[in-house]
Design a protein around this ligand. Structure first.
Ligand code: ADP
Ligand code: TRP
Length: 326
C-alpha cells in the first residue's frame, strides 16, 4: 500500500535553456501557488535534458540558472524540496521497471516524441523513453498533483496508464496522480503568435535584459489594421499577453482602446512592455540577492535531494518487494 502523507505536489522543469514567460505562467507560477496546499517537490529534470543538451558545461550552467530563476520567482525551499532529478538516481531504476510494462504503442502515440521527430531531432531510445522516465519521476514520490502546462497533459496520462498496468500486475503499488493545468494560461503565445517555446525562437525571457526584452515585445507580430481603425482582440498576441500582467481595470481599458480605434499597435506594445517589466521587478531584485549568497543554491539543492531521497527510497523498497526484487 502507498504511504499516508500530506497532499504531495510534484513538478519538474528541464534545464534545457533560459526560462520564458510561457514557462512562468504555464508551469512555474501555478507550481509556486500550489506550495501552500501541501508538500511541494519540485525538481530540475537534468536526465531528461540529456536528450537535447550535449555540452556538459552548458548543462551545469542551465541547472544552476533554473534553480536560481525558480527561487527568484517565489519558490520557497522551506515549504518543500527543490532538487536535481539526478540526485535521486533510483528514478532510473524505476523507469526500467516501468518500461517492462509499457506498451510500445502507447509511447509511439506520444505527441511530444512525434513533434520532436518532425523537427528533425534524431530518434534516440532516450527520447522515445522520455515519458517512462517522467512517469518514474512522478510515481517515485507518490505524487498527488502534478502542475504542468497543457503540452505535458499526455505525459501525465501515460503515467497513469503505467501506474494502472503496474497495479494490475503486482497489486496496489502506485497511486494515480492528477494533472493540474491552468485554464487561463493553457498556452501562452510567443511573439509570432504560435505557442511560446524556446525551440521556436519566439520566446520572451523572464529575466532577459531590459533592452532585449523591449526589443522582443516591440517585434510581436500584428496584422496591418491602421491606427484609427478598431482592432481585432480575439487574435491579438499583445492583448493576450497583456491580460497575463495587467489588473482587471487595466485589461478592460486596453480592451476598450482596441475596440475604439485610434491607438496604434506600437503604443499597445509599449504598455505591454511596461507592465511586463514592472511585474518581474521584485523577482529581479530577489534574484540579485540570491546571487550574492554564493552557497545558497547549493544548500537548497542538497537539502532538497535529502528529502526527495527519503521518500524515493521508501517507495522503491515497496516497488522492489512488489515485483520480486529483493
Ligand atoms: P519549451 O517549449 O520552451 O521547450 P518546456 O517544454 O521546457 O518549454 O516547458 C516547461 C514547462 O513550461 C512545461 O510544463 C510546459 O507545459 C510549460 N510551458 C512551456 N511553454 C509554454 C507556453 N507557451 N504556455 C504555457 N505553458 C508552457
Ligand atoms: N517533461 C517536462 C517538461 O518538458 C519536465 C518533466 C520531467 C516533468 N519530469 C516531470 C514535469 C515530472 C512534471 C512531472 O516540461
Amino acid at each position: 500500500m502507498t504511504d499516508k502523507h500530506p497532499i504531495r505536489i510534484l513538478s519538474g522543469i528541464q534545464p534545457s535553456g533560459v526560462l520564458h514567460i510561457g514557462n512562468y505562467f504555464g508551469m512555474m507560477r501555478p507550481a509556486i501557488a500550489l506550495q501552500s496546499e501541501g508538500e511541494a517537490f519540485y525538481f530540475i529534470a537534468d536526465y531528461h535534458a540529456l536528450t537535447s543538451v550535449r555540452d556538459p558545461t552548458t548543462l551545469c550552467e542551465n541547472i544552476h540558472r533554473v534553480a536560481l530563476d525558480f527561487l527568484a520567482c517565489g519558490l520557497d525551499p522551506e515549504r518543500g524540496a527543490l532538487f536535481r532529478q539526478s540526485d535521486v538516481p533510483q528514478v532510473t531504476e524505476l523507469a526500467w521497471i516501468l518500461s517492462t510494462v509499457a506498451p510500445m504503442g502507447l509511447l509511439e502515440r506520444s505527441h511530444s516524441y512525434k513533434d520532436k521527430l518532425a523537427r528533425g531531432v534524431p530518434p534516440s531510445v532516450g527520447l522515445f523513453n522520455y515519458p517512462v522516465l517522467m512517469a518514474a519521476d512522478i510515481l517515485i514520490y507518490d505524487s498527488d498533483i502534478v502542475p504542468v502546462g497543457k503540452d505535458q497533459k499526455q505525459h501525465i496520462e501515460i503515467t497513469r496508464d503505467l501506474a494502472v498496468k503496474m497495479n494490475e500486475a503486482f497489486g496496489q503499488v502506485f497511486k494515480l496522480p492528477e494533472p493540474r493545468i491552468q485554464a487561463a494560461t493553457e498556452v501562452v503565445p510567443g511573439i509570432d503568435g504560435q505557442k511560446m517555446s524556446k525551440s521556436y525562437g519566439n520566446n520572451i525571457d523572464i529575466f532577459g535584459d531590459e533592452k532585449e526584452t523591449r526589443k522582443r515585445v516591440m517585434s510581436i507580430v500584428t496584422d496591418s489594421t491602421p491606427v484609427e481603425a478598431p482592432k481585432d482582440l480575439s487574435r491579438s498576441t499583445i492583448f493576450q499577453l497583456y491580460s497575463l500582467f495587467g489588473s482587471n481595470n487595466e485589461i478592460v481599458q486596453m480592451r476598450e482602446k482596441f475596440q475604439e480605434g485610434g491607438t496604434g499597435y506600437g503604443d499597445f506594445k509599449k504598455q505591454l512592455f511596461e507592465k511586463l517589466w514592472e511585474y518581474f521587478s521584485p523577482m529581479r531584485k530577489r534574484r540579485e540577492e540570491i546571487l550574492a549568497d554564493k552557497s545558497y543554491i547549493d544548500n537548497v539543492l542538497a537539502h532538497g535531494a535529502k528529502r526527495a531521497n527519503e521518500v524515493a527510497d521508501r517507495v522503491m523498497q515497496r516497488v522492489r518487494a512488489a515485483v520480486g526484487l529483493r
